[in-house]
Write a protein that binds this ligand. Sequence first.
Ligand SMILES: *Cc1c(COP(=O)(O)O)cnc(C)c1O
Length: 370
Amino acid sequence: MYRNTWMEVNLDAIADNVRRIRQICGKRIIAVLKADAYGCGDNHVAKAVLEAGIEMIAVSSLDEALMLRNEGYDGEILILGATDPQDAAVLIREDISAAAYSMEWVRAVASMNPEGLKIHLKVDTGMNRIGFKDIPSLQEAFRTLKNAGCAAEGIFTHFYCADTSRELTQKQFGRFAEAVNALDYPFPWIHCDNSDASVFFKDDLSNACRLGVSMYGISSYLDDLRHPIALYSQVIMTKTVKAGETIGYGALYTAQQDEIIATIPIGYADGFIRANRGRSVWIDGQFAPVTGNVCMDQIMVRLEKDVPVGTPVEIFGPHIHLETMAEELHTIPYEIICLISGRVTRTYRWHGQELIEENARFIKSEVNSL
Ligand SMILES: *Cc1c(COP(=O)(O)O)cnc(C)c1O
């Protein structure tokens, strides 16, 4: 690691969180590893969740599914989002399940000779993103796919207020149950719960839960999950600036007295967005506020007492909780971790070992003539 800015991912803690939630919900677990497992590294997180006994992995696109296949995962994969009907043959060849979410999609797939394609019907119970909104169209889609030789492997919906409203969740579930009952088919996979619903919502219809953010310790209902991820950097220089001097682009910060300023190699190109100006990082027992604008690659922070070059800096972790950081930035933890960019080194803890994965870039490019 040549640039000391790194994200720590404790895979043992992720596995523990999965085991804990599995115990609470008592259902099969679909680990949602979309967006490179929320920025944590899908192949590594896959290893941890498989050890914890999950039965299926869900991703958002065929690209993400193929990356897991390339990395050697040969178990169940479901694509939650859109797939191109033209790619039906790839889905079948790679044994990847797809969401069936609109009549247009279903008709296009049915014309692609989809014998053996595994599909999960998506029911829209109020999210208004993708899925069938009414039972007649759901029934027609189901018949069309069955007649075309597809395997109806599952049916699912997605809750939009599981973190805040039991009432709305119950209402959505009611619609889902109606849809499932209307098809009257023994789907092997019936799933509706996300992380939050999986710990409070109980029903006898669904038989699997889809876990995402709670694997990383974020939950609206449990406060004793482990916290597997943290983001660190280190001090590369400190200096004293005189009262009246300004700091950074746009001269947005003026020192009120002689102040100790530390420079840290993390910036918005690492996912440490400019809205972090004024927020604090944690350095050797001190909360150090970001002074001036966040640069692309560096920030300057104010210290109460000087520290040596090389002192570690916690961006979030044991002293600054990811959830607190999200609140201060008026966002959600998901967004913060997904934005941590590819040039930030990942270090993994796993069974007493540490694996360091550099900001490796796997370049694959092609040139097409126009
Ligand atoms: C992202 C996603 C999940 C996981 O949500 P969490 O809140 O992270 O548990 C589950 N289902 C679908 C359809 C999703 O898009």
